[in-house]
Write a protein of this length. Structure first.
Length: 111
């Protein structure tokens, strides 16, 4: 059953940006701009914290999944290696309508 999206209360002061990211991304996937709004961080900070988070999760059962950026004109899929920021232009057809990469957190069952 689908619940309508409710406006979120501002994050509690005691939550670190990292904790906020974990809360957001384990609920659903977001792109950098959406995270920036929800977490009240600049996009640059979001990218910084995403990179930190990805490194720190290596020892935990959680994984940061990245849905790669894609060209909306021709469907070209951008490589995700270390690339958190949206590419400016499609190398295949030169279009600038690029979907933003989406981030989400999943807990791996294996251990
Ligand atoms: Zn393209």
């Amino acid at each position: 059953m689908h619940k309508p999206l409710e406006p979120k209360a501002p994050p509690k002061r005691e939550q670190t940006p990292r904790q906020i990211l974990i809360d957001l991304l384990s609920a659903q996937s977001y792109d950098v701009r959406q995270i920036s709004k929800e977490a009240h961080l600049s996009e640059r900070d979001v990218i910084y914290h995403l990179e930190e988070l990805q490194c720190s999760l290596k020892k935990s059962p959680m994984r940061l999944l990245i849905e790669p950026a894609r060209c909306l004109s021709c469907g070209y899929v951008f490589e995700t290696r270390e690339r958190f920021q949206k590419p400016g232009r499609c190398p295949s057809c030169k279009a600038q309508r690029i979907s933003q990469p989406q981030f989400s957190l999943h807990t791996s069952e294996t251990d």
